[in-house]
Write a protein of this length. Structure first.
Length: 219
């Protein structure tokens, strides 16, 4: 299907609105960019480890006081499963991203769609429909774009349900409400719905600051 100028404008507008909402509810970029250089460097090191090892780093990757400060900012999630770093989850989730013989768990559907561009590898995302629980899969190119629709016949949309909030970490509130829905199911009233290209564009734009940070703090 040919993408018209009108379709491009609609996509851009939907992405812009979603980015604004996501940034308001989870201002990760503002928190990191406003942090002390020591925290920024440690955060970059944790992210670098995830990208290149596809696994949580050991607790010794940074002083405990630094890890505590990053956890307090909800920039990382540190628990018995290891150190998670959005978009990568140390906890097992129902959303996995597979690339180059490796696989990682993602915090949510939008996070999963952002990982291929971050690791610069064509990837396959596997998940379950949040409504009917059927198995889903979709392909994402190394540049972060979603492959043509006929190559992704199952995971048709991403839905964003209202989060639990209440001061919880993003992974326990906002992320818990962002998942994949198959083309046969309907999102609940009040949920935001995005096409896969829209959700991928949101994820890639939201985490773009991480790529700039890694360039500033090479490991």
């Amino acid at each position: 299907m040919e993408i018209t100028n009108e379709s491009r404008l609609e996509l851009k507008a939907a992405v812009t609105r979603a980015l604004q909402k996501l940034g308001d509810e989870f201002p990760l970029q503002a928190r990191i960019e406003g942090a002390q250089p020591t925290l920024q460097a440690a955060y970059a090191g944790i992210l670098y480890h995830w990208i290149h090892e596809a696994a949580p780093p050991a607790a010794g990757i940074a002083p405990q006081a630094v890890l505590d400060a990053l956890s307090a900012m909800d920039a990382i999630v540190s628990d018995e499963q290891g150190i998670g770093c959005y978009p990568f989850s140390a906890r097992k989730t129902e959303i996995r991203v597979h690339f180059s013989g490796k696989s990682v768990h993602a915090m949510c559907a939008i996070d999963a769609l952002a990982i291929p561009r971050m690791v610069r590898q064509a990837s396959c995302i596997t998940a379950r429909c949040v409504v009917c629980r059927c198995h889903l899969a979709c392909a994402v190119a190394a540049n972060g774009s979603v492959e043509k629709e006929h190559q992704n016949p199952e995971a048709a949309r991403v839905v964003w349900e209202p989060g639990a909030g209440g001061g919880q970490a993003c992974c326990n509130s906002l992320c818990a409400g962002i998942g994949f829905v198959c083309r046969h199911c309907t999102a609940s009233p009040g949920a935001l719905t995005f096409s896969l290209p829209q959700a991928a564009a949101v994820g890639n734009a939201f985490f773009a600051f991480q790529r700039r940070l890694l360039e500033h703090y090479p490991t």
